[in-house]
Design a protein around this ligand. Structure first.
Ligand SMILES: *Cc1c(COP(=O)(O)O)cnc(C)c1O
Length: 498
């Protein structure tokens, strides 16, 4: 593998469409309509009429296409190269899922079509509810939430509604480990709960003794991620869930990373009461683009009455939307939710089948452990034990070569090799964390290339630290000023206000 000195940046900063605009250019020309024009005053009252025309960029179609295609190439995507972003499951999504998800018969259905004319769509929703109930071991599922975080909020609202119903309103606290995803405390707090942080044990797992000291008659719930965000499976999970139930609390399972356990273990069997699933990580919708998601919630008979309404049911040979559920927390998303994500997840699960999903998990876990073993001689792995779908290493050894070296510098250097950086500085309990999740969809050749690159970067840290400190060298933008970007974001660069 060769390393460049400091090559020129690839391309000058992309100009916005407005800067490229030139008067008189048009994307397309429409024929005259043949409809007689009406005077504007008859169509709109004067105060609603524009005084001057909208300032839109004027470009030919080809220039617009080139603009957006060029921009799309500045992005890294799973279709470009390896994307080991831990906790995000950036895996390849089979194109067949997109194909079926985008069938005209599904995407063109009017959202107000009556149930008896949308049986196909309702059947997909119903069957996916059943599939997810099967995979998680739970009794009933709602597909409404539009993201994992919204699923968490729904779960917390259901727990709150339950304690209100049974008159235990003194249960105002939710216990969350310090290794949890930041959305967990946010969701509990948004629901009005007081969040108690549970410090993890030395080995990164839940500290059962510490948990017992936090439990009380005020405990509403404990939110857990299993395997945790360190990629470690909670060995004492049955004792943990039993202890919380004995104290009268409920257990929420953060199931965002289900391809660590699906087909192998069911959260309901572990003793949990309610969970969310990220279909946009595990089941065929790319995660991380900020696009639409789908974070279904699954639960036990105890909490099922509180699930959002409507739920799709199957009565007398007909699929119907059940609205009459008096204890439901209500609707959390318009119409059927993000249905296209559901159609993709349905396709993915149908294509793989139960055996295939179990294999997905085995391969995801095998790949993570393969990389972990191959890199343990080079990078420090703070919780070095068999992991599930991901593991965490750090840059402490590299810092010994030169104290300016850190995880951020290593992550930036990875970009020069065409690989998306792993998740960095998360989870917060792991100092200088580099969290690697290869997923099951990568070949052994790709994993070996990543391992080689990581060893090469270690050698560079030792022999030419400046190369690392000045990275990335091959991207159109080098180092960004992250503090200013967060404090004074310029969100108008690519889309000027009209
Ligand atoms: C991704 C993730 C979430 C949040 O899911 P969103 O769909 O991004 O809201 C929650 N918990 C964990 C562990 C995650 O990895």
């Amino acid at each position: 593998m060769t390393t460049q000195a400091t090559p020129e940046p690839l391309a000058p900063l992309e100009r916005s469409l407005f800067e490229k605009s030139s008067p008189g250019h048009r994307g397309l020309s429409l024929p005259a309509t043949g409809v007689p024009e009406q005077p504007l005053d008859q169509l709109l009252p004067p105060e609603l009429q524009r005084k001057e025309s909208a300032k839109l960029p004027e470009l030919a179609q080809l220039d617009i296409i080139r603009h957006f295609v060029r921009l799309s190439k500045l992005n890294h995507s799973i279709d470009d190269d390896f994307y080991p972003l831990g906790s995000c499951t950036m895996k390849y999504n089979p194109k067949v899922c997109d194909y079926y998800g985008m069938l005209d018969g599904l995407t063109q259905l009017h959202p107000r079509t009556p149930d008896h004319l949308s049986q196909g769509t309702l059947e997909i929703i119903y069957t996916l509810q059943q599939y997810l109930a099967d995979i998680t071991g739970f009794h009933q599922v709602s597909l409404q939430p539009a993201a994992g975080a919204q699923g968490e909020l729904v779960g917390m609202m259901m727990i709150k509604a339950h304690f209100k119903k049974i008159g235990e309103t003194q249960r105002t606290e939710v216990i969350i480990p310090d290794s949890a995803h930041g959305t967990n405390p946010a969701s509990a707090a948004m629901c009005g709960f007081k969040v108690l942080e549970l410090k993890s044990a030395e080995n990164g797992l839940v500290d059962v003794v510490g948990l017992k000291t936090l439990l009380s008659e005020k405990t509403a719930a404990v939110m857990l991620t299993n395997p945790s965000t360190l990629g470690l499976f909670e060995r004492d999970i049955l004792e943990i869930t039993q202890t919380v139930h004995d104290a009268g609390g409920l257990l929420y399972y953060d199931g965002a990373n289900l391809n660590a356990v699906m087909g192998q273990a069911k959260p309901a069997d572990m003793g949990f009461d309610v969970m969310h699933i990220n279909t946009h990580k595990t089941f065929a919708t790319p995660h991380g683009g900020g696009g639409p998601g789908c974070g279904p919630v699954a639960t036990t008979p105890l909490l099922a009455p509180y699930l959002p309404s409507p739920i799709v049911a199957f009565d007398n040979g007909q699929y119907t939307l059940h609205n009459n559920r008096p204890d439901s927390i209500g609707r959390v998303k318009t119409f059927n939710g993000n249905f296209e994500m559901m159609a993709r997840a349905f396709t993915y699960i149908s294509a793989y089948g139960a055996k295939g999903l179990a294999q997905v998990t085995q391969d995801a876990v095998l790949n993570a452990n393969y990389i972990r073993k191959q890199l343990e001689a080079t990078y420090e792995i703070p919780y070095d034990q068999v992991c599930k779908h991901e593991f965490v290493m750090n840059s402490h050894r590299q810092k010994k070569y030169d104290e300016r070296l850190n995880t951020m510098a290593i992550a930036k250097r990875l970009m020069d090799y065409g690989i998306h950086p792993m998740t960095v500085y998360f989870p917060l309990i792991a100092h200088e964390a580099m969290m690697v999740e290869p997923t099951e969809t990568e070949s052994k050749e790709t994993l070996d290339r990543f391992i080689d690159v990581m060893r090469q970067i270690d050698a560079e840290c030792r022999n030419s630290p400046e190369l690392i400190l000045n990275a990335p060298h091959t991207t159109p933008v080098q180092k960004v000023d992250e503090v200013s970007a967060a404090r004074n974001p310029d969100l108008n660069f690519y889309c000027c206000p009209i």
